[in-house]
Design a protein. Structure first.
Length: 494
């Protein structure tokens, strides 16, 4: 089993291509060997020059180690455990090797060259044999949306007998300009997805891995439901939980969570779910993300807002919904991530002209005051505050409630009490790895009343989503209304 990663030095760059060794934490001048539970991993550099450098990860798989310790009574015991493609075809075994051998690079860290870790590189990744039962188009549909140019060549069953046709393996070549950490996370998640199976037992920890390594790209991927289902090998409970937690990111409308429980091995990306989740009315229940945006929209209309700020707009899901409402005359999306803003801007450009002309997106940090944000009717912080470090939260409060001082502010955040209703979410765990905190209803109310008293707002609270008699709703929302708007506005103008 083999994967090669090649880096070409850009024209005019001051650093040599061999600096790839710094990112991988593997010296190009020598071969290194790493023992794995299932065999041995070797790292070597078949090419290392100033202009181009190639690192190779070669796995020697011991099939006996894969089944060592399994008894005949286990469901996995079969001849297939001994006669399989695992020594040769890229699969979850390669993903595990990437995480153990290239773990520092996978997490985007490089103490010696931190600036290079954040630099997009000209990369070429080659894998001689990748299981892909759906054919080359499946590889294209999962890798191409991430910025890769994909060349997937079917491998024949036997070159000596071309009439037998092609196998379900492809030679995969990926070229693109990406950060190395991004490239490795794509491989880590998507190689097991194309294979459709894993060599180890799956538990709820796999959900955390999927969300952690899929952060920044999975929620926006057009095949995210298929990827999630395949990564979790169609384990229904795990899939439902993963999609519920993906919904918390609020980048796109998630599919209804019960609609993705298919076991067809040949079902490919883009396949429409065939089993909708029914409710008493016979219709699909709207997702939490849809309910959350609708609640925010209603709150803005109730407050009579015309000019609205979406602070922490991400990829623009709320912007698109608000743009369809003619009552909102100006909508501005602010986010610190240029990558998110590029996606949001692209989605806005696809809107009808009468909607798109009222929407603006631009970069900004919510913990710094910005005079241009003053004077708006309302601001929205939808699933934002929980991503802010506690030490920076007061800076956000001052920037939004103190400096910008809109007429009203709508804030939504997870209700941590509801977490016990999510299957597979461990006690005390957060719904997403980037959350700095998750508040109970009482904690959220205490925060809202303190902020309101400090900056002259009154707060009211609304649940979002179906309410549980014991733990409330999944999302909690506070609507802040500025007291004595006219007097304050006059003072601000003065």
């Amino acid at each position: 089993m083999l994967v090669t990663i090649s880096c070409t030095r850009p024209a005019g760059a001051a650093w040599p291509a061999t600096d790839l060794g710094y990112l991988l934490h593997k010296n190009p001048s020598r071969r290194q060997t790493f023992e794995q539970s299932y065999g041995v991993a070797h790292v070597l550099y078949p090419e290392a020059s100033d202009e181009r450098c190639t690192a190779a990860l070669l796995l020697e798989i011991d099939p006996v180690r894969l089944v060592r310790g399994k008894s005949k009574g286990t469901p996995d015991f079969s001849l297939g455990q001994y006669v399989n493609d695992r020594p040769y075809a890229a699969s979850s075994l390669l993903s595990v090797a990437i995480s153990t051998v290239f773990g520092t690079a996978l997490h985007g860290r490089c103490a010696q060259r931190p600036e290079l870790a954040g630099t997009a590189l000209d990369l070429r990744i080659e894998l001689p044999a990748v299981p892909c039962k759906g054919g080359p188009e499946y590889a294209e549909r999962v890798f191409a949306p991430l910025g890769w140019t994909v060349a997937a060549t079917p491998l024949p069953l036997d070159p000596a007998f071309p009439e037998w046709g092609d196998s379900h393996y492809v030679r995969l070549e990926l070229t693109g300009t990406l950060r190395l950490a991004e490239a490795l996370t794509h491989l880590y998640v998507l190689l097991p997805v194309l294979d459709g199976s894993k060599h180890y037992w799956l538990d709820t920890a796999e959900i955390d891995k999927l969300l952690r390594f899929g952060e920044g790209w999975l929620t926006a991927h057009p095949e995210r439901e298929w990827i999630t289902r395949r990564y979790l090998t169609r384990r229904h409970t795990l899939v439902r939980t993963a999609l519920a937690r993906l919904a918390e990111l609020d980048d796109q409308d998630p599919e209804e969570l019960g609609a993705l429980e298919h076991d067809c091995d040949d079902e490919g990306p883009g396949t429409e779910p065939a089993v909708p989740q029914a409710v008493e009315s016979g219709e699909r229940a709207p997702s939490l993300a849809v309910l959350r945006r609708a609640a925010v929209h209603r709150a803005l209309l109730t407050e009579g807002a015309g000019r609205v700020l979406d602070l922490g707009c991400g990829q623009g899901a709320l912007l698109l919904e608000l743009a369809a409402d003619r009552a909102l005359t100006e909508i501005v999306g602010i986010d610190v991530s240029m990558r998110e803003l590029k996606i949001a801007a692209r989605r806005v450009r696809r809107l009808p002209e009468w909607q798109a002309r009222r929407v603006t997106v631009r970069q900004g940090a919510l913990t710094y005051t910005d005079a241009s944000l003053r004077g708006y009717d309302a601001a929205v912080l939808m699933e934002v505050i929980e991503h802010v470090d506690a030490t920076r939260l007061k800076a956000l409060e001052q920037a939004v409630f103190g400096a910008a001082a809109p007429g009203s502010v709508v804030v939504t955040t997870p209700n941590s009490e509801f977490n016990v209703r999510y299957d597979g979410l461990d006690a005390g765990a957060f719904r997403h790895s980037d959350h700095r905190f998750e508040w109970t209803r009482a904690e959220f109310a205490d925060w809202a009343h303190r902020v309101g008293a400090t900056h002259g707002y009154a707060a009211r609270f609304e649940p979002v989503g179906p309410e549980d008699a014991e733990v409330g709703a999944s999302t909690q929302m506070a609507v802040f209304t500025r007291k004595n708007n006219d007097d304050d506005a006059a003072k601000g103008a003065a």
